[in-house]
Design a protein around this ligand. Structure first.
Ligand SMILES: *[C@@H]1O[C@H](CO)[C@@H](O)[C@H](O)[C@H]1NC(C)=O
Ligand SMILES: *[C@@H]1O[C@H](CO)[C@@H](O)[C@H](O)[C@H]1NC(C)=O
Ligand SMILES: *[C@@H]1O[C@H](CO)[C@@H](O)[C@H](O)[C@H]1NC(C)=O
Ligand SMILES: *[C@@H]1O[C@H](CO)[C@@H](O)[C@H](O)[C@H]1NC(C)=O
Length: 478
């Protein structure tokens, strides 16, 4: 009797705790849902409203080669070609046979193909990857492939080892991925070498009467990289013209305030007048490099860079950018910029590669030459086509191997195909410990994403479909 009562007590206790957890979970789900919606909305509107951060979100998509939609072929396609099912509306294609070299595959976003025996792979787009309705159970011959070119700001959990290793094939900004997209924001070597916008040094020197030595243009404020804290401190030591919404202190001409103009000739001309431009990524991840770096290099302006820790592997030459990580304090960086500003010879050394058209980085040259996709290049496949074809080719390889009685070739994403360290905040003095709310949000969102990735892995490996409630319960149980 006693033990039963005891058990009852513990049971009710447990019940209470469970209910409490569920309540919290729901709260969190609702909050997360809200903030997720917000961030998606934000990133979309920001993209429209201030293209400077990840401007050209789908550069290649906009230049998609027209492809015939072979509707009539559909009937027999289904039995003759492997079906690669996009678990994302990204391409919007109801069904298309695509030729990849000698192989052809059928690509569709139509989920009724989920259980079709010819469906060999599921293609996911990172930004809209959701735990809802994953294609489970996953058959042994169901490859999962992830296309994710964006910053970890979008869908942190995929950047955690338990989540990324669920995939067989990857296309990400990392050089380690199966289809590296590291140079996705650089259209060509010619664009880097071009002198079209380059302003001569005497002109830049005379413009210094009304312009600061360096410019900052950012409208996505307080991202995980904490760049605005750095720039704010830097501003205390050197004059900066800040045109974007973040730390704004100077207006662009009226006709350029429309964000679409980030790409325009007149905007480029304004930037090109500067000696330096702050090129700070929104996140600090190996190989995550955006137009923020390439734009100043193209314009003949020296980028002051913060972002990928391996940036040296991608710069056109050893003396083409200034890395803030080489200075212990913004004050020292400011001093260095001032010295360069006063010394033409030293400054021009950073542009020598451009003026001579000499790109000494062999790896950069090789990667651009060998990549199978183009950027804004109608003569080449875009990177989504290239991704689709990579998976198609691999699926066919295994079909052939099996036809010959061989074991299929195995593919698995490694943790380094998509990874980013925990966001760090700058701390210049013991006094600056108080952090912005946003910094705390990024960090806790990163920490939470670890738990989400673990839960996701467990549920996917269980290999049964699951509800969002099951998922969140697991996330908060751990
Ligand atoms: C999806 O495919 C099924 C079977 O081929 C077809 O009946 C249905 O109309 C398709 N749905 C869409 C939205 O294309
Ligand atoms: C940069 O310098 C290092 C060491 O001096 C050298 O090994 C490397 O090849 C240089 N890289 C480029 C791009 O010139
Ligand atoms: C794809 O990944 C899953 C899970 O890791 C694995 O079971 C399967 O064998 C892989 N497929 C291939 C073709 O490597
Ligand atoms: C799992 O899939 C089955 C069959 O499609 C469906 O009836 C069931 O409701 C799903 N369960 C969950 C938890 O989504």
């Amino acid at each position: 009797m006693k033990t039963i009562r005891k058990k009852r007590f513990w049971a009710s206790c447990f019940c209470f705790m469970a209910a409490f957890f569920l309540l919290i979970t729901f709260q969190v789900i609702v909050e997360l849902g809200k903030s997720e919606q917000l961030t998606t909305k934000n990133s979309v509107s920001q993209n429209d409203a201030s293209k400077e951060d990840e401007f050209q979100k789908y550069p290649s998509l906009f230049f998609k080669k027209p492809k015939p939609d072979h509707n009539t072929e559909k009937k027999f396609n289904e039995d003759r070609y492997p079906i690669l099912l996009w678990w994302s509306p990204l391409t919007g294609e109801s069904g298309r046979r695509a030729q990849c070299g000698l192989d052809a595959c059928f690509f569709t976003i139509n989920r009724t193909y989920q259980h079709n025996p010819m469906t060999k792979a599921f293609l996911f787009y990172g930004t809209d990857f959701s735990i809802d309705n994953l294609p489970l159970p996953r058959a042994d011959y169901h490859d999962w492939a992830l296309f994710h070119e964006e910053s970890p700001k979008n869908n942190y959990k995929l950047f955690q080892a338990p989540a990324i290793t669920l995939f067989n094939h990857t296309a990400t900004f990392s050089r380690h991925s199966h289809l590296p997209l590291t140079t996705q924001y650089l259209e060509s070597i010619e664009a880097l070498k071009s002198l079209k916008y380059t302003v001569s040094l005497p002109k830049k020197n005379s413009l210094r009467k009304r312009l600061a030595p360096l410019a900052y243009i950012q409208s996505d404020c307080d991202p995980p990289s904490d760049r605005d804290s750095y720039v704010k401190e830097l501003m205390a030591h050197i004059e900066i013209d800040s045109y974007g919404a973040c730390l704004h202190n100077r207006d662009l001409p009226e006709h350029l305030q429309n964000p679409a103009s980030m790409d325009s000739d007149s905007f480029h001309k304004i930037l090109a007048q500067y000696k330096f431009v702050l090129a700070f990524e929104n996140a600090v991840c190996e190989d995550y490099i955006t137009e923020k770096l390439w734009r100043p290099l193209k314009l003949g302006v020296v980028p002051i860079y913060y972002g990928s820790p391996t940036i040296q592997d991608w710069l056109p030459s050893n003396k083409s950018a200034i890395l803030i990580t080489e200075f212990s304090h913004p004050k020292d960086l400011a001093q260095y910029i001032k010295a360069l500003d006063a010394d033409d010879k030293e400054y021009v050394a950073y542009l020598e590669w451009k003026l001579k058209g000499d790109i000494s980085n062999k790896q950069l040259l090789a990667v651009i030459k060998e990549r199978t996709w183009g950027v804004q290049d109608i003569m080449k496949d875009n990177y989504i086509d290239a991704f689709e074809c990579m998976v198609c080719t691999r699926v066919w390889e295994n079909i052939r191997r099996q036809a010959k009685g061989m074991l299929p070739r195995r593919w698995k994403a490694e943790a380094n195909h998509l990874s980013c360290p925990r966001p760090q905040a700058f701390a210049f003095s013991p006094l600056s410990v108080q952090r912005t709310v946003l910094q705390e949000v990024w960090r806790s969102s990163f920490d939470q994403s670890k738990r989400e990735a673990h839960a996701l892995q467990q549920l996917v490996e269980r290999n049964r479909n699951f509800t969002a409630l099951e998922f969140w319960t697991l996330v908060f149980r751990e």
